[in-house]
Design a protein around this ligand. Structure first.
Ligand code: X8Z
Ligand code: ZN
Length: 611
């Protein structure tokens, strides 16, 4: 999702919860003015909605231009717009506080509650500090977006997508190491800025009556913070054994490739060997771990390239999946206004994002699409956000948002689960569909390298930030605490010694861009629940991993019912609308991967797993 103010206003206000220990709102329908004001809650909300539409248009335009044209000038424009946005956010919060204990209708109560959950980037009441917050935030994301690494020997400079390609395709230990170290030079100057950024956010959080930013971040889930901690721990404990089993097998295969000295069998995996800059998804090294080599080729990247797919055709393919479910076509403005490729002449923030501009009338994506499978998957992910925007367009402005932020992240990923070998064959992207145990295990391994490998990374990002927000971890330990979590959760380690002169967390987009990350962990669990439910709705009866909802209007209707609710109700209601259940649960992801799980257990027999 779009970071900074625009996201703040249009999404985060609607996604957060917490309410500083308040009980449920009264729900009668009186609409009385506050004692010291003549404005009723309905008038207040209607006025605020109008103001937010006007301001949102302006900040949205400034942020879009900034993200797609990184220059010192656009930094000034975006930071200024951000300042106005933050001031509005604070006024809104303060006024909403005044209505907190007033009787009001249920819809107004829901909106007031969402406003009082605070913002992912709460701003200080002091004007100068607010301006500073906006500037630091803009500068941090700019450093990331314009980041490049110049080789001191050759003088050749490479951007993030180029360095990522090295990790994705090279199997040379040192070449990968250079790309990995190189990208981490970009985040070093972020360290003092990030420290100040956290201070400013915490001042903002305290100005709004919260203890610190972590309380706000954990408060967005229609449950209290302690229960949220318990829920996320419960989900992790459900999937952790499968992750450890996958890690064990992949380590053994990397050991075969790189040898005992480089990948010892009793230690964490060096973080630069997993095919991804952050070791968060591993499908790029599928060639090294393919269980049954040559059985049922799944090389979508090769097909996209040999068939000369470009960004528009790939986006059309993703759109066609959604329309096959009976969902609408993308508006013409989407095609006119989106940025689908990396411009050759300027710096942009390449990290993919979806934008809900002009109150639902101008949805866009920004992505540096290249012809490969990762990018095709990300396009489906981004269109998931766009279809959420389109379907909740008629909700009131502050109710436009995911049921919680994990829902927003899960929509497109759910669709990707339907891109089965049979579907890909029908699209001409894989040659033929072999139906055999071996083919199934290959297919599951490929997906597990993305979806199972991601889980601990999805969880640890905010486990790093929360104690920084509370002050339990101090700036002198930023890097050490990062690597302690990487080791604990993922079983990966830095390939070269790191120190507090480095700032490795800043080399991951969501840290400088200040995007909470637990949403992706939750999404990776929930998307399998959604997939299962949509498969059932489509009338499908076979094993879950073979199901594709492509072409099922019944599935589309079920999905649409959930999407159109936006944030108007607590998320368990949205969960019930799509799955019939009210909880997040990992049973579906475990059921999906049951065949691979058994296979991994056999492979790991006699191995010493763990790290
Ligand atoms: O940031 C994203 C999306 C935009 S919301 C491209 N994702 C996370 C990441 O890249 O780290 C999707 C998966 C996880
Ligand atoms: Zn997303």
């Amino acid at each position: 999702m779009k970071p900074n103010f625009f996201r703040e206003l249009w999404v985060s206000l609607m996604l957060m919860i917490g309410l500083m220990g308040c009980g449920p709102m009264a729900t009668n329908t009186e609409d009385q003015p506050m004692a010291e004001s003549t404005e009723t809650v309905r008038q207040f909300l209607e006025r605020s909605e109008q103001e937010s539409l006007v301001l949102g248009r302006e900040t949205g335009a400034a942020n879009w231009v900034r993200a797609t044209y990184l220059t010192p000038d656009t930094a000034v424009i975006a930071a200024k717009a951000g300042e106005r946005g933050l001031a509005f956010q604070n006024e809104l919060f303060e006024r909403a506080m005044g209505f907190r204990d007033q009787p009001m209708d249920a819809e107004s109560a829901r909106i007031i509650e969402l406003i009082l959950r605070g913002s992912f980037m709460p701003a200080p009441n002091d004007e100068a500090l607010r301006a500073e917050l906006s500037q630091v935030s803009t500068a941090l994301e700019g450093l990331y977006g314009a980041g490049e690494y110049c080789d001191p020997d050759t003088g050749i400079c490479r951007s993030l997508p180029e360095l990522e390609n090295v990790l994705a395709t090279s199997r040379d230990y040192d070449e990968q190491l250079q790309a990995w170290i190189g990208w981490r030079t970009v985040s070093v100057p972020m360290r003092p800025m990030y420290e100040r950024f956290v201070e400013l956010n915490n001042i903002g959080a305290r100005d709004q009556g919260y203890e610190d930013l972590s309380q706000i971040w954990k408060g967005g889930y229609d449950m209290d913070e302690a229960d949220f901690d318990l829920e996320s721990e419960r989900l992790w404990s459900q999937v952790e054994p499968l992750y450890e089993s996958l890690q064990c097998h992949v380590r053994a295969k990397l050991n075969e490739q790189y040898g005992d000295s480089r990948v010892p069998l009793d230690a964490p995996i060096p973080a630069h060997l997993l095919g991804n800059m952050w070791a968060q998804t591993w499908s790029n090294i599928y060639d090294l771990v393919e269980p049954y080599p040559g059985v049922a080729s799944l090389d979508v990247t090769a097909s996209l390239q040999s068939q000369n797919y470009d960004a528009v055709r790939m986006t059309e393919m993703a759109e066609a999946f959604f329309t096959s479910l009976g969902l609408p076509e993308l508006p013409q403005s989407f095609w006119q206004n989106s940025m689908l490729t990396k411009p050759a002449d300027r710096d942009v923030v390449c990290h993919a994002s979806a934008w809900d501009l002009d109150n639902g009338n101008d949805p866009r994506i920004k992505q540096c699409v290249e012809a490969n499978e990762d990018q095709l998957i990300t396009l489906h992910h981004e269109l998931g956000h766009i279809y959420y925007f389109l379907l909740y367009k008629d909700q009131r402005p502050f109710l436009k948002g995911g049921a919680h932020d994990g829902f927003h992240e899960a929509v497109g990923d759910t669709i990707v689960l339907s891109m089965t070998p049979a579907y890909l064959q029908a699209q001409g992207l894989v040659p033929s569909v072999a139906i055999s145990k071996e083919a199934l295990i290959n297919q599951q391994m490929k997906l597990a390298l993305d979806r199972i490998a991601f889980l601990p990374f999805g969880k640890l990002m905010d486990h790093w930030r929360w104690p920084i927000f509370t002050g339990e971890v101090s700036p002198e330990d930023f890097n050490e605490s990062w690597w302690a979590l990487r080791r604990e959760y993922q079983g990966v380690a830095p390939p070269v010694p790191r120190s507090e002169a480095d700032f490795d967390p800043g080399a991951k987009y969501h840290i400088p861009a200040h995007v909470p990350y637990m949403r992706y962990f939750l999404s990776h669990v929930m998307q399998f629940q959604f997939h299962q439910a949509l498969c059932n709705a489509s009338g499908y009866e076979g094993p879950l991993h073979d199901c594709s909802i492509y072409g099922s209007e019944a599935a589309g209707e079920r999905l649409g019912a959930m999407l159109s609710m936006g944030a108007s109700q607590p998320w368990p209601n949205a969960m019930r609308a799509i799955t019939g259940q009210e909880r997040m649960d990992a049973q579906a992801i475990l059921a999906y991967f049951a065949p691979l799980s058994d296979w991994l257990a056999e492979q790991n027999q006699g191995r010493q797993c763990g790290w």
